[in-house]
Design a protein around this ligand. Sequence first.
Ligand SMILES: Nc1ncnc2c1ncn2[C@@H]1O[C@H](COP(=O)(O)OP(=O)(O)O)[C@@H](O)[C@H]1O
Ligand SMILES: [Mg+2]
Length: 412
Amino acid sequence: MDGNIFEKILGQESLFMNRKIFDHGFEPSRLPHRENEINSLVKNLVDALHGHIPSNMLLYGVPGAGKTVVTRYVLRQLREKGNELNKKVHAYEINCRSVDTKYRVLQYLASELHERGDAVVPFTGWPTDRVLETLVSRMDRIGGVHIIVLDEIDNLVSRAGDGLLYNLTNLNTRLLNSRCCIIGISNDLNFTQQLDPRVMSRLSQEDIVFHPYGASEIENILLKRVEEGLKNGILQEGVVSLCAALAAQEHGDARRALDLLRISVQKAEQNSQDKVETRHVKIAQSQLEYDQVTPVLKTLPLHQKLVLLSICLNEENGLKNISTGDIYRTYADACFLIHVEPLTTRRVSSLLNELDTLGLIIARNVSKGRGGRSKQVNLTTPKAVDCISLMSENEPLVEEAALGKYKLQSKL
Ligand SMILES: Nc1ncnc2c1ncn2[C@@H]1O[C@H](COP(=O)(O)OP(=O)(O)O)[C@@H](O)[C@H]1O
Ligand SMILES: [Mg+2]
């Protein structure tokens, strides 16, 4: 090959004007379709500027509904106003997916309030009560109103219980010279069922539900980014609305829409094309689907894989709406082939529910008369994904089971 191998691609003009506009962490200057949610936050948090305690709040909504970006936006402006008015407002944002234990949350907060000469609170090792004491004394030392945002709080509660929330929602009884308000953000609408009723009533003094975006709302969100992030006129008609429609189907997820558009542009660039076409959006969609389901398939526990394998084998054989009985027969045959003890039908039934929750299958309950119930199961994995070979990677038993011979129910 002539010349340097990077030459060709380096010389190619990018279709992006500013790629950062599509980063997950980018904070847009305007947030259309979230005016009500912003207003509710502002009405409550304005109390902090008066030196009062805002109510604790819970924000709910599906992933990609704008909870994080809206909260950041409001807090940034609150800090700015606080500085301007010389009011002491301190806001902390913690993502409980990465900071996922009571100790680590308290340690993080205490460290944020660290001043020169203070003992360093270690990442592990102190009794949790000592970290809490330290936090309380540091909050009082600096004074003012402290707003603690616990993002993706459902993660922490399902891993570590509600002990942290019990302590944090109780802080105002211990603070002498400062005040504190908790904002919990959850992707899971049912997460409060895991909370002690006392914690629940203290935490959810005010709730905001972020409804899923509709297709036209997502389209507006995208158009703003297109204006700032992409070169003029590179999008073929219909590209934005297709991204919006696909993301609206996917529970109204604005993050998904932005990813779809970014990947579509990248696909066009990779093909050295100067226009992004709807065809690129479809490629982007299947890549996202593939990336989403691949790690899930690879890391399923053995019996989950065997149950899914038996669904795949029956589907490959042309069966639709596969009954629990058929699945169980194939599953038991697979277990026999690889000398593994099969689980009971009841356990397999609950594994089917888990596969449904993971979005790999749809299991519909049907009644069979006389109070008997069964499920009808269909795969929902994208066609481009070869489930069996992904599940077989690093799992010789599944590979072996997949190669076996089965007596399958014939097409009806
Ligand atoms: N109303 C909006 N206007 C502009 N961008 C938005 C809006 N809502 C969400 N986004 C963008 O969509 C993505 C997902 O939003 P995010 O706040 O992270 O969702 P959540 O926290 O609810 O999962 C982010 O990139 C965010 O900037
Ligand atoms: Mg979020």
